[in-house]
Design a protein around this ligand. Structure first.
Ligand SMILES: C[S@@+](CC[C@H](N)C(=O)[O-])C[C@H]1O[C@@H](n2cnc3c(N)ncnc32)[C@H](O)[C@@H]1O
Length: 351
């Protein structure tokens, strides 16, 4: 055995545990507003931060020390003060922006909290249904994607499909399949006031959030949400654009669903697919994003599909598998769109 390799790997294991604990501490910092309170505040000591936030001083002190060791915070030993650098606040305390990472931290307890049940499924089969992840599950997905959908969908991502963009500007019909909390329809409705939007999702908790948001945004004339799947849609309804975001790999019947969606498109309509960014071959996914996505797959995506009798495609499908699946569903056009993203991959699929 190579002793250096053992030592290097032992260091990696400790580093991984540090990262796991760091992600948990970051969840708490996000949830109770510590990052938000520290953003732009300059150096602050533990007591002042506890007073400012109204949180328990002993917890705040220990959290500050942990986040310092995880290198999220700068520490000044002379004055015993802590500071959230502006560059970190840009990511950690920027709710609603397209650079906010708080949703990732929200996903940590909601996914890892299921670890005992997932381990049980390794032995006995089955999985954990989407609805069992509860309201924190809906919120985590919402926080992960919302800023991106609001800031980038209409004025960047869709511009890569100019004909569809033009159609929505003059007035088109759009379906968001597996809409979750409904942010895609709401963001696009604001950008394309002449178009109509329908969002459908089988998860009633997600649809409740979507319906509340559309009321709040005063968009009920333009956007409607339905709990269910395509059989909830009016007969003969056709769409210029169907969006299916972070969803195909979750489905219990991906082929049947895609076949169904194909029949709902106008001839020149497109299915706009967003999926987690993964390469076709495992050896090309050996990096932190790959490790994160395979973890999310086991603790959420694959497992909730298997729970509902689905194939459990998993989070890391890759473009070749996606192209094969859409062609099998009868689509003839498949294009990987030129959209820059560290975490997502985008496809335009057509008849
Ligand atoms: C990871 S979430 C993505 C939600 C949303 N599209 C987004 O990007 O934020 C996947 C969604 O697909 C929905 N879903 C799964 N299977 C479905 C089906 N057969 N019909 C409709 N929705 C489905 C789930 O309920 C869930 O809300």
């Amino acid at each position: 055995m190579d002793k250096n390799r053992i030592k290097t790997f032992a260091d990696q294991v400790i580093g991984d545990m540090g990262s796991a604990m760091g992600a948990g501490l970051a969840y708490v910092g996000t949830k109770v507003g510590l990052f938000r309170s520290m953003a732009g505040a300059g150096p602050i000591n533990a007591d002042d931060l506890a007073k400012k936030t109204g949180l328990q001083s002993r917890y705040v002190t220990e959290w500050l020390k942990g986040m310092t060791c995880a290198r999220y915070l700068d520490y000044d030993p002379e004055n015993e003060t802590y500071e959230l650098p502006d560059e970190h606040a840009y990511l950690l305390a920027s709710e609603g922006s397209d650079h906010y990472v708080g949703g990732l931290f929200y996903s940590v307890p909601m996914m890892l909290g299921m670890a005992p049940r997932v381990a049980n499924a390794f032995v006995h089969g089955g999985g954990v249904p989407f609805s069992d992840y509860g309201s924190e599950g809906v919120l985590a997905v919402d926080l992960m994607n919302r800023g991106l959908y609001e800031k980038r969908f209409a004025n960047y991502w869709l511009t890569t499909c100019p004909t569809t963009h033009e159609r929505l500007t003059t007035g088109g019909n759009v379906l968001d399949f597996g809409c979750g909390s409904g942010r895609v329809s709401i963001a696009l409705a604001k950008a394309f006031p002449k178009s109509s939007f329908t969002g459908i999702d089988t998860d009633s908790a997600s649809i409740k959030v979507a319906k509340d948001s559309v009321l709040q945004e005063n968009l009920t004339e333009q956007v409607r949400f339905e709990c269910g799947t395509t059989d909830q849609l009016p007969d003969n309804e056709r769409y210029h654009l169907i969006t299916i975001c972070d969803c195909i790999h979750d489905l219990n019947d991906p082929l049947g669903t895609l076949e169904n969606l194909r029949t709902l498109l106008f001839d020149d309509g497109i299915l706009f697919v967003i999926e987690p960014k993964a390469a076709d071959h495992l050896e090309d996914n050996i990096h932190p994003v790959g490790a994160m996505y395979y973890g999310m797959s086991v603790f959420h995506c694959m497992t909730q599909s298997l729970a509902s009798g689905g194939p459990g495609l998993g989070t890391c499908m890759g473009p070749a598998s996606m192209e094969a699946l859409t062609r099998q569903a009868g689509f003839s056009r498949f294009e990987t769109l030129e959209i820059k993203s560290q975490t997502n991959i985008f496809y335009a699929v057509g008849l």
